[in-house]
Design a protein around this ligand. Structure first.
Ligand SMILES: Cc1ncc(C[n+]2csc(CCOP(=O)(O)OP(=O)(O)O)c2C)c(N)n1
Ligand SMILES: [Mg+2]
Length: 532
């Protein structure tokens, strides 16, 4: 780590500020225009991990952000590098992942009329990030400080900096070397506790709905204390899985995933709903719950996706603690709750004769300990995994459910393993999502990342096939051929097995779970087995 004194270049200024956040690595795919930036990151102590596509770099950075709450870092060059990274940055915006996305940009000294690789990158990135700033020597220190700060502020997300290629080497004038930015996050004392308590006190059957704001607000233990003191059942959204332990007798399922209607019907029995950090980004159906709501969040309910009878804005743990002091005698019955959970569990299984994708989730779950980290991609398999994968702790399950982009699960699992070298990590993915970024398997092998990839090989974009069936149109444009996965593993240097029966699954799974490096389990399934 270089600690040269004297004036710093723009690249060095950015590199040092990023290193100071504790970012362990920057992900990206270079061009000549970002060479100085990558070198400045490296010499500040932030090594560069080359991905084969820029979106993967942004997905990995987003994974780091979701895992830690601090910004992940991704880098792309100008022009096609920057356009390639747009989906990954948009994913960070709607998955609420703090990241700082750095791209090159056309040299400010480029001759008038230069159009080669010239695009309005700030205009492009403005649409997919919280802010997009063109870096100059004068604003460099302030811009990177703002990017780091703003990315973490609720709701977390991406901030983009474009660095014109001739600016990177220029010196930051000493009078601009100190950033003009706050460094402390805002925390406000929650308002409106008394009316919330009154509503709760008059309720006989309160229920708690937890969203992803509770992950960022680190409200897990406060949710549990309140749920137990009220004897209130708890459901979560997919991205909040693990905030409440799913083996707890008060756990009542996951919204928006397979069996969603059952969970909604159950919640209709409630006479008051406590919504904790619920983010509308996770819902793609209209709000159906009828009971009056107490809305607890870091931000005002400006989306108005769901109605708020009482709104409590501020620190979630403080707000939850303020409500927990008023015990009510809730009329929920433990047996009804247990029956409800069993109904949800059996629903996703279907009466299907062959190897059910649910069996795969169950076998992998029981082969890994409670601390395991799982990720899910997007498709029919997500509906299953989001309900069926038992999650015990916050920040141990990650799913694309905001932008819901294919390609999310493997990079996020890789980021998880880079951070947690002591935990088993599994990525569930469809054969469509895997195929979209197949080249990245080389990245994972090269970086020696210990993960199990479980691919549901149905030869189809199954979720889309279901949509076609529902709409009564022909099922065309959704089928494809898969590679021979075992041979692919041989060619690319990782262990891979293909199974199509439960016996085969049980034979190869222990070896795959216990192994090192990249391991791939391809499960041949019939897409008809899924039930939403
Ligand atoms: C980048 C991207 N393109 C298209 C979609 C729309 N989409 C949602 S699910 C899906 C099918 C995914 O197929 P696969 O990965 O095989 O999963 P399956 O549904 O078969 O489980 C598609 C195309 C998307 N979410 N993301
Ligand atoms: Mg598929």
């Amino acid at each position: 780590v270089s600690r040269r004194s004297g004036p710093l270049s723009v690249a060095e200024t950015l590199g040092r500020a990023i290193a100071a956040t504790g970012a362990p690595v920057a992900f990206g795919h270079p061009g000549g225009e970002v060479a100085l930036l990558i070198e400045a990151l490296r010499s500040a102590g932030v090594p560069f991990l080359l991905t084969r596509h820029e979106n993967t770099a942004a997905f990995m950075a987003g994974g780091m952000g979701e895992l830690t709450g601090r910004p992940g870092i991704c880098v792309a060059t100008l022009g096609p590098g920057a356009t390639n990274m747009v989906t990954g940055v948009a994913s960070a915006l709607l998955e609420r992942a703090p990241i700082v996305a750095l791209t090159g940009a056309l040299a400010r000294s480029a001759p008038t009329g230069t159009t080669h690789q010239a695009l309005d990158l700030n205009g492009l990135y403005q649409a997919v990030s919280k802010r997009s700033i063109e870096v100059t020597p004068e604003n460099a220190a302030t811009s990177i400080a703002e990017a780091i700060f703003l990315s973490q502020e609720p709701r977390p997300g991406p901030v983009h900096l474009s660095i014109p290629s001739d600016i990177a080497a220029q010196e930051v004038p000493s009078r601009h070397a100190r950033p003009q930015q706050p460094t402390a996050m805002s925390t406000s004392a929650p308002s409106n506790i008394p009316p919330a308590r009154r509503l709760l006190k008059s309720s006989r059957r309160p229920a708690i709905v937890v969203g992803l704001g509770a992950v960022h607000g680190q409200a897990s233990s406060a949710v549990r204390v309140l749920a137990e003191s009220l004897n209130a059942p708890v459901v979560t959204t997919p991205k909040a899985k693990g905030v409440f332990p799913e083996d707890h007798p008060l756990f009542a399922g996951v919204l928006e995933m397979a069996g969603d209607d059952l969970v909604v019907d159950f919640l209709q029995l409630a006479d008051a709903l406590l919504l904790v950090g619920l983010d509308a980004v996770e819902f793609d159906k209209p709000w159906r719950l009828k009971a009056p709501t107490i809305v607890l969040d870091a931000l005002p309910n400006s989306d108005s996706y769901y109605p708020a009878a009482v709104e409590v804005v501020g620190d979630l743990s403080v707000a939850l603690a303020g409500l927990a002091s008023e015990p009510t005698a809730a009329l929920w019955n433990e047996k009804d709750l247990a029956d409800h959970r069993a109904t949800v569990t059996s629903y996703v299984r279907n009466d299907y004769a062959g190897l059910h994708p649910r069996d795969v989730v169950d076998e992998v779950r029981s082969g890994m300990d409670r601390s395991a980290i799982a990720t899910s991609d997007v498709g029919a398999h997500k509906m299953l995994v989001g309900q069926a994968w038992t999650t015990y702790e916050p920040r141990t399950f990650f799913v694309a459910n905001g932008l819901s982009s294919m390609g999310y699960s493997i990079p996020v699992a890789a980021a998880a393993r880079l951070l947690h070298r002591d935990r088993p990590v599994v990525a569930f993915v469809g054969d469509g999502g895997l195929g979209m970024y197949l080249g990245e398997l080389e990245t994972l092998v090269r970086a020696k990342i210990d993960i199990l990839i479980v691919v549901f090989a149905d030869g189809s974009l199954e979720l889309i096939r279901r949509a076609q069936l529902r709409k009564g149109v022909s099922t065309s444009g959704i089928s494809f051929d898969n590679p021979n996965f075992a041979k692919l593993g041989e060619a690319m240097g990782f262990l891979a097995h293909e199974v199509s029966t439960r016996t085969e699954l049980r034979r190869v799974l222990p070896k795959l779970i216990a192994g090192r490096g990249v391991r791939l389990l391809a499960v041949r399934i019939d897409g008809d087995a899924y039930r939403f």
